[in-house]
Design a binder for this molecule. Sequence first.
Ligand code: SAM
Length: 290
Amino acid sequence: MSDAPRSHGRLSIRPSARPRELGERPRLRGAWVARVITLFPEAFPGTLGLSLTGRALDMGLWALETIDLRPFGEGRHRNVDDTPAGGGAGMVLRPDVVARALDAAAEGTPPDRARWPVVYLSPRGRPFRQADARRFAAAEGVTLLCGRFEGVDQRVLDAYAVEELSLGDFVLTGGEIAAQALIDATVRLIPRVLGNQASTEEESFSHGLLEHPQYTRPNVWEGRAIPEVLLSGHHARIADWRRAEAERLTRERRPDLWRAYCDAAGRAPDGDQSEGPRQHPGRQPRVEKD
Ligand SMILES: C[S@@+](CC[C@H](N)C(=O)[O-])C[C@H]1O[C@@H](n2cnc3c(N)ncnc32)[C@H](O)[C@@H]1O
């Protein structure tokens, strides 16, 4: 393979076994690091380069390093995959190739997986949750392995005790979008990334509940009014309404979360229905327009 840089739009990628930091950015001491092993380094930073995560990246609050899997490949063509043992469609990423990339990614990182988790994004994995994002944000960094084709040879995942996490019950073409989602959810929990830290304390999943519905001006839109209590200026009543709505939504939409929430609160999962059915805020009575 030639050493000439390959051009990928704005980026120029030189085959290298070393983690590649994206762009010329400062890095604050102790900055959280995402190290991503991928066949498509040009997919990064992607949406992570925008808005709050992008600004935090530019400020050096976190760092993004990509490790191109291709240079670890076998032979003149740097082959990274082969046919599945036992037959079947598609190709599988080779264990020796992935192992070399994981070794390179481990350079300079603590072996303690609590301090530096190593994750393979996979539809077969345990569902990725907000608690995982909190765990990753509390670590020094994370190594993410993005699969392609039919996935990764099981032996290398076992040998390196790689944690498997899924974004949901659907199949993506590759792990890059899943890696970006995981990084996004994690980075926004790093102090100073979000201007208003309180927003992460109130949003969905923070207390085991989905978030209450949100509204903004105009007060009446297409005949639908904002629930009156939110315009009352009465903070305690607003907090009560929001909590009740968060509970109602969680009970209706996510019985699994609702049961866990009730268990933690020592409460019956049927919930306190004594106040009778509540008005669904998305179905507010229409206000007659003049
Ligand atoms: C086409 S998929 C492989 C699917 C695999 N053959 C299966 O049926 O489980 C290729 C890669 O996309 C990524 N991927 C696909 N779906 C995902 C999901 N729901 N969550 C996380 N990563 C996913 C994984 O890295 C996977 O190795």
